[in-house]
Write a protein that binds this ligand. Structure first.
Ligand code: UD1
Ligand code: CA
Length: 425
């Protein structure tokens, strides 16, 4: 079935109090918008992201990361109904389902979206909204039902009567529409409400007036509908995401010693019997093999591929690097833009100097199989240390080192006999 999505990401996110547009705020190195786009990518064949506030920045992110997504400008931003209407010209002759999503609900899952669409089809619905039930529904649009419990309308909190305000069922901000039937609504919405905005939620009443079939799908796990409006929400969502990811990894055979202090991104794959020690932070896309030991206090920053039986110890930071099997980097090191072979030993305090702050260029460090790097070494990239070579401790390596050689740059040690005694006289 032909399904497209419209993702609303034009709002300012006033409550974030930020120069960064709300949808680009991150959880584990991935913007909120990225979570939504990843969740729809296996369901839809084309996605429209409505951009407005800091449009260029959001557009840039979408274009760099998502092939099947296009951005559509909404300027000025006159509300969620107005936002979706911006996509109408692109969807003019489209016959199929349109999934509409708020751009600020990163905890929704692909599975829930699939169940939602199945429900829409089963009910032969023309318009389905996702709802959730909360003990404290404050700030959210309330779902108002008829006495026979069928859907009546959605009322934004600022427009509620005291009676409506007490309703605990809320609008999660996800909609599925039979596009051909609902499209005319978008030229007929009014902004006659407390916020003077064109509300997307008014399409429910419009649908009912026009004799269409409208339904609400109550989601099983209300935490998936959690919308990010403030920094407090962002921290709460990060915690929920942390718990969810850690549980999944543990079920798949990864040991996490302290789930509270271990943060692992959703895009990190970890092999069986790997142990993650406390206070480890893993963001971005990474792949870690089997039987590895990571941490305590390790930091993987994305683009990291680690093979089996590798040890990344305390205060080791790794970014955009490949690390071969049975390699150790046990203590206090930085490995960036590197290709490290198998059975390599990286001594404590080793740094790959990958960045030239004058040219802003990053360069690569290559350590071939069986290389041993002594403690406190600086590898000034671009540099290659060939197979089996050793680096003496405290060296600054600025030239390639041939296979099986010893390279060292420190000055020879001097011993001055009885020097201390001569000072004491
Ligand atoms: C919206 C819903 C509310 C629901 C809640 C769920 C409306 C009118 N209300 O309220 O019923 O309970 O989400 O989280 O839809 N946006 C635009 N252009 C605009 C305005 C907003 O693209 O002109 C985008 C925002 O960037 C955001 C999304 O739409 O991603 C929702 O906007 P927001 O202001 O957060 O709506 P809520 O007040 O949370
Ligand atoms: Ca919101």
């Amino acid at each position: 079935m032909d399904i497209k999505s419209v993702i609303m990401a034009a709002g300012k996110g006033t409550r974030m109090k930020s120069e960064t547009p709300k949808v680009l705020h991150e959880i584990f190195g991935k913007p909120l918008l990225g979570y939504i786009l990843d969740n729809v990518k296996n369901i839809t064949n084309e996605n429209f992201v409505i951009v407005g506030h800091c449009a260029e920045q959001v557009k840039d992110y979408v274009e760099k990361n998502y092939e099947n997504a296009k951005t559509v400008l909404q300027s000025p931003q006159l509300g969620t109904g107005h936002a979706v209407s911006m996509a109408c010209p692109m969807l003019k002759d489209f016959k199929g389902l349109v999934l509409i999503l708020n751009g600020d609900i990163p905890l929704i899952t692909e599975e829930t979206l699939k169940n939602f669409i199945d429900f829409h089809k089963q009910k032969n619905s023309d318009l389905t909204i996702m709802s959730a039930i909360f003990d404290d529904p404050s700030g959210l649009g309330r779902i108002i039902r008829e006495p026979d419990s069928s859907l009546k309308c959605i009322v934004e909190e600022k427009d509620t009567t005291p009676e409506q305000k007490a309703v605990k069922e809320i609008n999660a901000g996800i909609y599925c529409l039979d596009w051909e039937k609902i499209q005319p609504a978008f030229s007929q919405l009014s902004n006659n409400n407390a916020q003077g905005e064109y509300y997307l939620t008014d399409i429910i009443e419009w649908g009912k007036k026009n004799g269409l079939s409208v339904h609400a799908y109550i989601m099983e796990n209300n935490e998936e509908s959690f919308g990010i409006n403030s920094r407090l929400h962002l921290a709460q969502a990060t915690k929920i995401m942390q718990r969810r990811i850690n549980e999944k990894l543990m079920i798949n055979g990864v040991t996490i010693v302290d789930t509270e202090t271990t943060y692992i991104s959703a895009d990190t794959e970890i092999g069986q019997d790997t142990i993650i020690y406390p206070s480890t932070y893993i963001e971005g896309k990474n792949k870690i093999g089997k039987n590895c030991k990571i941490g305590p206090c390790a930091h993987l920053r994305g683009g990291v591929e680690i093979e089996d039986n590798v040890k990344i110890g305390n205060f080791v930071e790794v970014k955009k690097s490949k690390i071969g099997s049975n390699t150790n980097a046990g203590h206090l090191s930085y490995i960036g833009d590197s290709e490290v072979g198998s059975h390599v030993n990286i001594g404590a305090g080793t740094i790959t100097a990958n960045y030239n702050p004058l040219t802003k260029e990053k360069s690569k460090t290559v350590l071939k199989d069986n290389v041993k790097v002594g403690s406190n070494t600086v590898l000034v990239a671009p540099v290659t240390v060939d197979e089996g070579a050793n680096i003496g401790a405290l060296s600054v390596i600025t030239k390639n080192v041939p296979a099986w050689a010893l390279a060292l740059t420190r000055s020879p040690m001097r011993v001055i006999a009885d020097w201390v005694k001569t000072q004491l006289k």
